[in-house]
Design a protein. Structure first.
Length: 67
């Protein structure tokens, strides 16, 4: 039986989420969010927590300008 690779939920400065192999260095501009597991578990977590897919800068701009 082959073990499934472990993944991390990662987050960038714009608060956009993705999954990344746990055994690889994180790409520049991304940080581990704290969740790890199978790819499916990580994607389920992202689906629960990422409720507004707009980049952070867009959300802040709209908030500052009455949007």
């Amino acid at each position: 039986m082959v073990d499934s690779p472990e993944f991390l939920v990662v987050l960038n400065d714009e608060e956009q989420y993705s999954v990344w192999f746990a055994d690889r260095d994180l790409p520049l501009g991304w940080r581990a969010e704290g969740t790890r597991g199978t790819r499916e578990e990580c994607l389920e977590h992202i689906g629960r927590v990422w409720t507004d897919a707009r980049p952070r800068s867009v959300r802040e701009h709209l908030r500052a300008h009455g949007g």
